[in-house]
Design a protein around this ligand. Structure first.
Ligand code: DON
Length: 566
């Protein structure tokens, strides 16, 4: 009897003879190089702000905070002070930690809060109302990260964002178009006022200033977290909540705390994988999938060959099923992290993977709600080798769409990441399992997966992506691209990506990601394949291990992304 590895290799060989992989690597892309520090983000002005902080002696945590505040001004689809996210840090000595600044459910939340007055589930209430707003975490997260690990003065980290908001910055083609589409349908006066000139859309090339946002940032500069969670900003948020029927009160804001947590750690072929623990599902799922895939000779199959995509999809299917069943805020649930990330568990999951046939996802009592593709990821490395990986979000693009009147920033709609309600699971995609139901102070489950890769004690890459549930798969494929296929970090970022999430039972592949022949081979194996769109924006940094150079790899899928070295 041939071992799994040999059977896989034999199958891959036969497939390779039948049809050479259509697109082994994406186009060659040059990284941005620097000998000391690097910031890579979805908006180049914010990357420059972070690089300037590194130049003036700040460390990677300082640069990450400054970049995050700048993105709140220059990348309003996802950059934020009204949302939340995660920061994973690896120190030069190889230790790591994570800062959890995920939003929390307000004190008066309850699992049935998405039912309307007739008792029917309302997607609008869940995703597009004042009740969809979670207690924001970003400012508390940055404050905590800075108190624990920052070196520069707090004022110097917030001031560049104040200047960008107060003096304005030139709108790119992409951002002007995006804002015009967003503001066109907005029912909120403060939103229209912040994102247009009296209702007239801004054009590319015009300067966009945000005076209310500048004043909110000044309060954060002067009073740190209290400048957001207490005083004028807190009052403005609470007032808007009262006006629109939201739940967040002054008490919710005053009680918000970011948490420092132990990172998820796994290994893949001698590489160390460091990622985000619950309430993210990302770290656990990435380690589970890599543990499953470690038994196969993926390199022999060929990048994005039918055999390769099949094995990835089977690993994804199993990890996402576990995600739906087990993952949620571990402060409120017993999440079996050790078990899910163990090599033994992967062996168990692998037992029924057939190398030539797709399995079937059995819809039990678990399905997944829909998600939109807006969040943002950025990566930082400093001269000493401290690495910071941040993914943060408002959930939908522009979040709830609600700008706090007088405060100039958007509120998230992150409560949409909680399940719909007890017993509400149905075939159209609602989910009603208990672990991730809205409860006072619980954090909603996330897929955000800021991650760091190391080997033999040395930093290798800082990675992550937006994209809802695709985030986990995008991040995992970046690791495989580097480890299995020896791609440079820009190649790894540019290469076409695939996604399977257990349910719905289909593989999504980026436009032009595979040939018609490979699609037909996958279909013959029993997969449903959907081609099209783009997946993620993985603004990453790699390290050239021979020279120590930092290689900035902004994602070419995002027109305004950019890496800046110092
Ligand atoms: O936390 C999460 O998983 C989602 N709220 C992230 C949303 C997202 O990534 C949408 N974007 N790209």
């Amino acid at each position: 009897m041939l071992s799994i590895r040999w059977r896989t290799a034999l199958f891959a060989f036969v497939i390779t003879l039948a049809v050479a992989p259509f697109q082994v690597l994406a186009q060659e892309v040059d990284p941005v190089r620097s000998r000391s520090g690097m910031v890579s983000s979805q908006q180049w002005i914010a990357s420059q702000v972070g690089a300037d902080v590194l130049s003036s002696g700040g460390n990677a945590v300082d640069a990450a905070i400054a970049t995050g505040f700048a993105l709140a001004v220059t990348h309003p689809t996802a950059g934020n002070i009204g949302g939340g996210g995660f920061m994973v840090i690896r120190f030069p000595d190889g230790q790591s930690t994570a800062i959890d600044f995920r939003e929390k459910a307000p004190l008066t939340s309850h699992p049935e809060m998405w039912l309307d007055e007739t008792g029917e589930y309302s997607s609008d209430l869940h995703h597009r109302s004042h009740k969809a707003v979670g207690v924001p975490g970003t400012v508390a997260g940055f404050d905590k990260a800075h108190r624990l690990y920052g070196a520069a003065s707090w004022v110097d980290l917030v001031q560049p964002a104040i200047d960008l908001a107060g003096e304005g910055f030139e709108l790119s083609e992409a951002l002007a178009g995006s804002i015009e589409r967003f503001v066109g349908g907005s029912p909120y006066e403060a939103t229209v006022s912040a994102f247009s000139r009296g209702g007239v859309p801004y054009q590319a090339g015009q300067t966009w200033d945000q005076p209310d946002l500048a004043r909110s940032l000044e309060r954060i500069r002067d009073h740190r977290r209290d400048g957001f969670y207490r005083g004028e900003t807190a009052s403005l948020i609470a007032e808007e909540m009262r006006r629109g029927g939201g739940l967040i009160t002054l008490e919710d804001l005053a009680r918000y705390q970011a948490r420092e947590r132990a990172t998820i750690e796994g290994t893949y072929r001698g590489y160390d994988i460091i990622s985000m623990p619950p309430p993210s599902s990302g770290g656990v799922a990435i380690v589970t999938m890599l543990n499953i895939l470690e038994a196969y000779d993926l390199a022999a199959m060929g990048h994005n060959s039918a055999a390769y995509i099949h094995h990835l999809a089977e690993a994804m299917r199993r990890a996402y099923r576990d995600r739906a069943e087990f993952l949620a805020d571990a402060d409120f649930n017993d999440v079996p992290v050790q078990r899910l990330t163990s090599k033994d568990h992967a062996t168990w999951l692998r037992r029924n993977i057939d190398s030539e046939r797709a399995s079937i996802s059995h819809p039990t009592d678990v399905e997944m709600p829909p998600e939109s593709p807006e969040t943002t990821h950025y990566s930082v490395v400093d001269a000493d080798g401290m690495a910071v990986s941040v993914t943060y979000t408002l959930e939908f693009g522009y979040g709830s769409g609600i700008v706090v009147p007088g405060a100039g920033f958007l509120l998230n709609n992150e409560m949409g990441d909680f399940n719909a309600g007890p017993g509400l699971t149905n075939a159209s995609g609602l989910i009603g399992t208990t672990a991730n139901l809205a409860r006072p102070q619980q954090r909603m489950l996330s897929s955000m997966s800021p991650s760091i890769v190391a080997r033999d004690g040395k930093l290798v890459a800082v990675i992550g992506s937006p994209g809802g549930r695709t985030i986990i798969n995008t991040t995992m494929q970046l690791i495989l691209n580097v480890v299995e296929f020896g791609m440079s970090i820009p190649e790894a970022v540019a290469a076409p990506r695939i996604h399977h999430q257990w349910l719905p039972d289909r593989i999504r592949i980026e436009a032009n990601g595979i040939s018609a022949k490979i699609q037909s081979q996958l279909e013959q194996m029993g997969h449903i394949v959907q081609l099209g769109g783009r997946q993620g924006s993985a603004n990453s940094i790699g390290i050239d291990l021979s020279t120590g150079e930092r290689l900035g790899a902004p994602d070419p899928r995002s027109p305004d992304s950019g890496a800046r070295g110092r």
